[in-house]
Design a protein around this ligand. Structure first.
Ligand code: GLC
Length: 643
């Protein structure tokens, strides 16, 4: 049962697609304090809090404060409070050990502005939701089980996005492959290594001076033919689209946007100028229906060249600086000139420059024309990226309604899950980020983002071969499987490492698993179910299972427990029931062993990956293929664990 409570005058987000009348009686599960702009919930000792989508820290969110404020922050360290997305859906639950009466509760806070979730940070037993303005719709969902609550919630937010099938194949990315020849080389090397590959991503340098929907003709001559050449090889090129439109006379998109008045403006009516990759840029007002439609239609430029997938970036939006703030910073710096800076003014001086990008004040400098109202950006900040994804998704429905187009975004809010997936942004080649990747998945799935994944091997910092290997052993089970790394970091395409065969075996295994992955994905979408979930979502009465935060069920049949520690030759795994372990070295070389419910040390060397099958379930395995399209769906072997 879902109840909606309205506080103040909420700004609509279109995240919920089913009309639910607000309750007239006051909310009971929370203590509402209007003057403090706060909802308070008292947690029981054993309550676990799941959700909040793509955030830092673990699967259980208790013991930290999370700030829903979409942020371009490449340092996903434990001390942070915000990442790129705001998915304000949580479930409070506790182990139902004695089948006692306490039922889980779902909470969705629909507010496009900043919301702080203090989940037992200030007081371990108190969960506070703190609003900047108390204008929000709060949904309270009661259900029989965690999965029941997920299903009810997903039902009201509408069906999740489905990508084309090839998007479940392996994708290689790098910031950036600078020329068509460099991409040809990547494809050639993968082929030589015999490693399956379905897509190569184009990062910002494919564009002419980072101008959206343009091509750098010198580096990518005759782009349309190049797209075809790659397609003939079975490779999909997936270009990036950034939120900022370069300010440049003669650039048609800039000129059109100006003429039609589609860019975000300041209080005084002037267009906001912010710097991102192209230098001075304007932001399309994605919240405005006409502007969103206009920008969406631009994807056709690349679709007409044969492109079938995109990734939307920098759409929090990221702001390196605004010209207005930059001028203020220079004035401030001038004021320090010639002075003897004492320690206080030195830190102030340093802070003035250091806080120039993504500065909170800049998000208060511009406005949207949203549903007939002029709304200051910070009030709707968290739905900006969502509406960029929506621009693309709505356009694809208009332009090619019968075709699935790949779309995923960095920034998101619930609602965007109907138009695209997400990737988890600029992680690092750190062992802890393999675990973070695993832990981000359930929260994302709960809030509708089923097509999701993180940069495999880590984006920033230098990767090592063993880290990329272990990370891949997780990523082969996740819907979006893309290796990506930042400029200046060590190259991490699989063929650059020593044990090419080891990487081939893993990617082969991914392709063999695609029938299972695809069916599990489609089931999660069609039935509002989970794709990747912690053990407690299934074993609600097993207290030990509730304490496992580094294993996942992928659908109903299999459990994974990846190794995420350097130099470890295995790890402890908890089996919530008797299971059959399949330890793969390759799709042909594996051993099977039935293990009893309980804790086990599972030996898995660097070249081994263990999958655990539930009793009465089976794992279908296709013959590996070099492209998803070449998988022979009729020739499937099954490994089963018969009851
Ligand atoms: C952002 C993206 C990253 C991309 C880079 C350059 O940092 O998150 O994936 O490679 O921009 O476009």
């Amino acid at each position: 049962m879902i109840k909606k409570y309205r506080f103040g005058n909420p700004i609509p987000t279109d995240s919920v697609v089913i009309d639910i009348a607000p309750e007239t009686a006051p909310i009971t599960i929370f203590e509402a304090d209007l003057s403090e702009r706060r909802l308070r919930y008292h947690l029981d000792k054993k309550d676990v809090v799941y959700g909040l989508g793509e955030t830092i820290r673990g699967i259980n969110k208790r013991g930290w404060t999370y700030d829903s404020w979409n942020s371009d922050d490449p340092n996903h360290s434990e001390d942070k409070h915000s990442l790129y997305a705001s998915q304000n859906f949580l479930i409070i639950a506790s182990c139902n050990e004695n089948a006692k009466a306490k039922k889980p509760i779902g909470i969705y806070v629909d507010d496009p502005g900043r919301v702080i979730f203090d989940i037992g940070y200030t007081d371990i037993d108190v969960f506070d939701i703190l609003f900047e303005d108390f204008d929000a719709d709060v949904y309270v969902i009661e259900g029989e089980s965690i999965l029941d609550i997920v299903k009810q919630f997903r039902h009201i937010i509408g069906k999740s996005y489905i990508p084309p099938k090839w998007a479940f194949g392996f994708g290689q990315c790098r910031w950036s492959y600078m020329t068509a020849d460099e991409i040809r080389e990547v494809v050639r090397e993968y082929k030589k290594a015999g490693i399956p590959l379905d897509s190569v991503y184009l990062d910002i340098d494919y564009m002419d001076h980072y101008k959206d929907f343009t091509i750098n003709e010198e580096a990518f001559p005759d782009f349309e033919n190049f797209v075809k050449e790659m397609k003939d090889e079975g490779i999909h090129l997936v270009p990036i689209i950034d939120a900022g439109v370069k300010v440049e006379d003669g650039y048609d998109i800039y000129e059109e946007g100006m003429k039609k008045d589609y860019f975000c403006k300041k209080e005084n009516g002037e267009v906001l100028t912010a710097a991102v990759w192209p230098g001075r840029s304007h932001f399309p007002d994605f919240l405005n229906d006409d502007a969103r439609r206009w920008f969406g239609d631009k994807y056709k430029i690349l679709l007409d060249m044969g492109i079938e997938g995109f990734w939307n970036d920098m759409n929090e939006p990221a702001i390196f600086y605004t010209t207005d703030h930059l001028a203020e910073v220079f004035d401030k710096i001038d004021s320090y000139k010639g002075k003897n800076l004492d320690i206080q003014s030195f830190f102030e001086f340093k802070g003035t420059v250091a806080s120039i990008d993504n500065n909170i004040e800049d998000y208060k400098r511009f406005y949207h024309d949203y549903k007939g109202q002029k709304v200051r950006h910070d009030k709707v900040h968290n739905i900006f990226g969502y509406n960029m994804t929506r621009a693309a998704g709505e356009a694809f429905e208009r332009i090619c309604p019968d075709k699935r187009i790949l779309m995923f975004s960095r920034s998101s809010y619930i609602g965007a899950h109907r138009y695209g997936g997400v990737w988890c942004g600029d992680n690092l080649s750190w062992w802890s980020h393999i675990l973070l990747n695993l832990q981000q998945m359930p929260g994302l799935n709960m809030s509708g983002f089923v097509f999701s994944g993180a940069d495999v091997g880590g984006f920033g910092a230098d990767a090592t071969e063993d880290l990329v290997m272990r990370w891949t052993q997780l990523a082969i089970f996740l819907p979006l499987f893309r290796n990506h790394s930042a400029m200046g970091t060590r190259r991490q395409e699989y063929y650059r490492f020593k044990d090419i065969q080891g990487f081939k075996n893993l990617v082969d295994l991914r392709y063999a698993l695609i029938p299972y992955i695809y069916d599990t994905f489609m089931n999660a979408v069609e039935n509002d179910a989970m794709y990747a979930m912690p053990l407690s979502f299934i074993y609600e009465n097993d207290e030990r299972a509730w304490n496992v935060y580094d294993q996942l069920f992928i659908g109903d049949s299999i459990m994974i427990a990846p190794v995420y520690t350097q130099n470890a030759e295995g790890r402890y795994v908890y089996l919530p029931e008797d299971m059959k372990m399949i330890r793969f070295r390759s799709t042909e070389d594996y051993d099977e062993e039935v293990l009893e419910k309980g804790d086990h040390y599972i030996q898995t060397g660097l070249n081994e990956v263990a999958i655990f099958i539930r009793k009465g379930h089976k794992l279908p395995l296709a013959q590996p293929a070099m492209r998803v399209a070449d998988i022979d769906e009729k020739n499937i072997k099954e490994i089963s664990y018969l009851a």
